[in-house]
Design a protein around this ligand. Structure first.
Ligand code: B12
Length: 596
């Protein structure tokens, strides 16, 4: 069992600023920054998207969501009108657009230009937000890289001015880190002011939180993922007077679990949901194979909406999403596909039996409540002021999902395994365990004893929030007898090089997904050189990048550049084997007696 938390470890600073100051700043700004003109609200005669959603909960119509965010703003603008028009021409209404900003938008505007960029959309001024949001009568949802970042207040003002009445993404506050940005108090202050600004609007503004962007992607127990809903509701509604709305879906693959989570969420949350995200981790094949996955999760989501309407729009993610950012025609196809599924799914209703779903719902709801109660009691015992928003936000973020789950999860602690059992095991853990086995099978013919006796120590880290590659590599290394040094998630190159130096590692295994592979590797190489640590860097994940100073929206594959710079590029785990085998012979930590 891990030690309970103590205030001085969570807040080493002598004093924290007063939450009141940030709440007052947000409230004061509401006098000048209100909800601007929205084609969507005007066309539908509503004061907010929440009102529109409540209307369709009653009407029984299932709403549709599409995600948009090309680097090139004019392409994003064209996408907003083209998708709406093309779908409408075939009798399909797209209700909302999730505007996918680039992660560099999380930085305050005055320093943004000099910071590392991802592959998403960059909007420079209020007018850019306004024209994008009003390109079609579709609700614009600024879901990513607004709340939870140092530019939270700035971007929330822009989004409100553009008539957006659902803004997020609170889940990202807890888990996402911007490169080379350590100031979490500033990030928290900006987020609290933005939440206060939203709460002070005359119409209802939904604080969107995608659970999968938050801790749901790392918790083993889905009861904890549901418990976070209760905790975020306490933070946003009880402490700050706002309205929070939750989204889930990327990592929910098993139909019973997906449906049960929806019902359990509807039981504990009475606000209209923003959208249910596509089960994107299921997209692992060709377009045709991915269509089967699309149909599979949509059917669950449609039936869930019919049985327990919650206002969540369904999100048909284009089948090309696992290869690249989908183009406009592919988004339209997915929307048409979803609408046809809605029509056809009616006939499936008599075939389904919900007893297993209902049993899971009961366990999830009870577990979630227990998680929240344990956390509140544990925080109070540890000296955290549970009535202070800044302390609560910061403590949850600093402690992190894995530790929170170990400390307060509702499952029994298993001393043998040295971790908690899960009330409902997450699909993420299930699928990573399966992937570990599959990858080990592919090593057939390779004598893994070479590695198990080698005493190699390898740092495993990520450049960004995508952590499943890291979990997979750790799982495989564990089975091969390689010692894992945890290099962290969203780790900056300098920190990683320092860890390599201090821990005398044999190599670094790096997983990267955000389209920064080349820039990051170059920086890491420089830092390693400075630290005098010339060890191999194995790199896998999504090895692409948008070339600097271009307007293109498409990232370029940088595999050959990485190879030319000396990286060990791993498209699959087995690409790492020759390097690992060599390290077993020559690495600093090889077993004594092994030939150099
Ligand atoms: C799950 C997921 C998420 C989850 C991550 C949860 C978590 N905590 O890990 C969430 C929802 C949080 C997320 C967020 C985002 N995501 Co995302 N995500 C994915 C998704 C669906 C799967 C990636 C994954 O984890 N795969 C599991 C691994 C185990 O499988 P694999 O990739 O096949 O790995 C194999 C090899 O690559 C290799 N490998 C991987 N790493 C390593 C390392 C070493 C050393 C070795 C040897 C091998 C190796 O081993 C595996 C087995 O062979 C992909 C799309 C897709 N289907 O790939 C998008 C994707 C990676 N995401 C993307 C984006 C844009 C984002 C966001 C920026 C979106 C947003 N606007 O919010 C944010 C990131 C924000 C941030 N601050 O970093 C883009 C990246 C675009 C690009 N680079 O071209 C993708 C490709 C989706 C897309 N097409 O647009 N995402």
């Amino acid at each position: 069992m891990i030690d309970p938390i103590v205030r001085s470890a969570v807040f080493p600073e002598p004093e924290l600023p007063d939450s009141r100051e940030f709440i007052d700043r947000g409230k004061a700004l509401a006098k000048t920054w209100g909800i601007g003109h929205s084609e969507f609200l005007q066309a539908n005669g509503c004061s907010s998207e929440a009102e529109y959603k409540r209307f369709h909960i009653r009407s029984g119509r299932i709403m549709q969501h599409a995600q948009i965010g090309y680097r090139d703003p004019s392409r994003s603008l064209a996408a907003c009108s083209e998708i709406y028009e093309s779908c409408l021409a075939r009798g399909v209404t797209v209700d909302r657009y999730g505007i996918c900003l680039d992660w560099s938008m999380g930085f305050p505007e005055k320093i943004r230009k000099s910071r590392m960029k991802g592959t998403g959309l960059i909007l420079e001024k209020t007018e850019d937000f306004v024209s994008l949001s009003n390109a079609a009568p579709v609700a614009s949802h600024y879901g990513d890289f607004v709340l939870g970042f140092p530019a939270a207040l700035e971007n929330t003002r822009h989004a409100l001015s553009a008539g957006a009445t659902s803004i997020g993404n609170l889940g990202q506050y807890f888990t996402f880190r911007l490169p080379n940005w350590e100031e979490d108090v500033t990030t928290t202050a900006s987020t609290i002011s933005a939440l206060a600004l939203m709460a002070a609007q005359p119409a209802e503004v939904l604080v969107h939180s995608n659970l999968d962007d938050g801790f749901a992607a790392v918790f083993q127990d889905l009861a904890c993922a549901l418990g976070i809903v209760l905790i975020e509701t306490y933070l946003v509604e009880d402490l700050l007077g706002g309205t929070v709305s939750h989204c889930y879906g990327h990592h929910y693959s098993t139909p019973v679990v997906r449906h049960a989570f929806h019902k359990a969420l509807s039981r504990i949350s009475h606000r209209p949901g923003t959208m249910v995200y596509g089960n994107t981790v299921a997209y692992q094949g060709t377009d045709a194979q991915n269509y089967a996955s699309l149909a599979g999760y949509l059917l669950v989501d449609i039936q869930a909406q019919r049985e327990t309407p919650s206002g969540h729009a369904i999100n048909p993610v284009p089948v090309t999403e696992n290869q690249r950012i989908p183009d406009i025609g592919e988004i339209v196809d997915a929307q048409l596909f979803a609408h046809r599924m809605v029509e056809q799914s009616l006939a499936f209703q008599p075939v389904t039996d919900s007893s297993e779903v209902d049993h899971t719902v009961e366990r999830l709801v009870a577990g979630a409540q227990q998680f929240k109660n344990n956390l509140m009691a544990g925080f109070e015992d540890g000296g955290i002021d549970i009535h202070d928003p800044l302390e609560m936000f910061l403590a949850i973020r600093r402690i992190g999902g894995k530790k929170l789950e170990q400390l307060y999860g509702p499952g029994r602690f298993d001393p043998g395994m040295r971790k908690r059992c899960s009330i409902v095991l997450s699909d993420t853990v299930r699928s990573i365990d399966r992937a570990v086995e599959r990858n080990l099978e592919r090593l057939e013919g390779f004598d893994s004893n070479q590695l198990s006796g080698s005493r190699l120590k390898i740092i495993v880290a990520t450049t960004d929030v995508h952590e499943h590659g890291k979990m997979l590599i750790e799982g495989i290394f564990g089975r091969l007898g390689i010692s894992v040094i945890d290099g962290g998630v969203s780790t900056d190159p300098r920190t990683l090089a320092k860890t390599a130096e201090n821990r005398d590692a044999d190599a670094i295994a790096l997983s990267t997904y955000n389209g920064v592979a080349l820039t990051y590797f170059q920086q890491l190489k420089d830092e390693l050189m400075e630290a005098g640590t010339d060890i191999p860097v194995l790199i896998g994940g999504r090895l692409n990048e948008i070339p600097a100073e271009t307007d293109t929206s498409l990232p370029r594959d940088v595999t050959s550049d990485l190879e030319a710079l000396g990286a060990v590029v791993c498209r699959h785990f087995h690409d790492a084997v020759p390097c690992l085998a060599e390290l077993a012979q020559t690495g600093k930590n090889r077993q004594p007696g092994m030939p150099p």
